[in-house]
Design a protein around this ligand. Structure first.
Ligand SMILES: C[S@@+](CC[C@H](N)C(=O)[O-])C[C@H]1O[C@@H](n2cnc3c(N)ncnc32)[C@H](O)[C@@H]1O
Length: 272
């Protein structure tokens, strides 16, 4: 059996009782480590906290491993109980649908144990989850690669008065260009996009496209470390949020659409 278990957003204690019982009976435990991170997972002893709690050793599964060795993990799950841990909810990232499809095709039984996701935790700011349009991802721009397909999606959401959740790029275990040329992989240090960088990039794209989809006076909500004791939620214009230090990762951003009076009342609690 392959157990795909959501860990929630904050720390080791956010796993559900059902999830914990399942991990404890698994002979092998993998933890997906590229679509999200627990805040304590950023510290060197983060993983060992989890291992102590579960009484199991954990193999970190980076993108390479999940993409290249998925069949190996799935074959193990054919013969024994294997846990695949995902921060947040397993379906809060598109990637994990793929592993379920592959498992089902190989005849591996799959059980999913849900948990809180960033997709619903943003509800804390008071904007109704029912009033969101398509979620967008904002990738880190480079000198030569500045993709802006999120712009059309934000435009369509805003036409309908809907809020837009922007998920921000995470770069872990990215090979350096030089190492790729040399054929021996070395990795860049991990990088997590801040609310500030996301807004800078969004404004750069608006400047280039000029369709007045949003601007520096557009109201947004910035979030950091949702689900943790020190989570930070701040509402304000893009220009105002550029001045806020949101601190340690992970961050995300909501571009506010048309608001209901109750949504406005809630947002006031988070105003600058
Ligand atoms: C692929 S998504 C979320 C995946 C996760 N499985 C879930 O259900 O929450 C990852 C992105 O969500 C945002 N995110 C995830 N956890 C967060 C948190 N605790 N606080 C703020 N943003 C978060 C970040 O922008 C991050 O790059």
């Amino acid at each position: 059996m392959l157990y795909i278990i959501g860990l929630g957003l904050g720390d080791d204690k956010d796993i559900t009782l059902k999830g914990l019982e399942a991990v404890k009976k698994c002979s092998k435990v993998y933890m997906e480590a590229y679509t999200s991170l627990l805040s304590f997972g950023l510290s060197p002893n983060g993983l060992s906290n989890l291992e102590n709690l579960y009484g199991r050793s954990i193999t970190l599964a980076d993108r390479e491993m999940v993409e290249e060795k998925a069949d190996e993990i799935l074959n193990e799950a054919k013969a024994s109980d294997v846990a695949f841990l995902v921060v947040g909810d397993p379906f809060g990232a598109t990637t994990h649908t793929d592993i379920v499809v592959r498992a089902k095709k190989l005849g591996v039984d799959v059980k999913v144990i849900h948990n809180a996701s960033v997709m619903n935790a943003v509800g804390v700011c008071g904007l109704q989850l029912y009033h969101y349009g398509e979620t967008v991802s904002i990738p880190f721009f480079t000198e030569t690669w500045r993709p802006d397909s999120f712009y059309e999606k934000i435009r369509e959401n805003r036409k309908l008065g809907l809020h837009t959740l922007c998920l921000l790029d995470i770069r872990v275990k990215e090979p350096t260009i030089e190492s790729l040329c040399r054929g021996k992989k070395q990795y860049e240090p991990p990088r997590f996009m801040t609310v500030n960088t996301a807004i800078e990039q969004l404004l750069e794209v608006e400047e280039a496209r000029g369709e007045f989809v949003y601007g520096e006076n557009t109201i947004c909500v910035g979030f950091a470390r949702l689900g943790s004791e020190d989570q930070k939620v701040v509402a304000g214009s893009m220009k105002q949020l550029l001045t806020v230090d949101f601190g340690a990762p992970l961050h995300c951003l909501v571009i506010v659409g048309k608001t209901h009076p109750v949504e406005e009342e809630m947002l006031e609690f988070y105003g600058l």
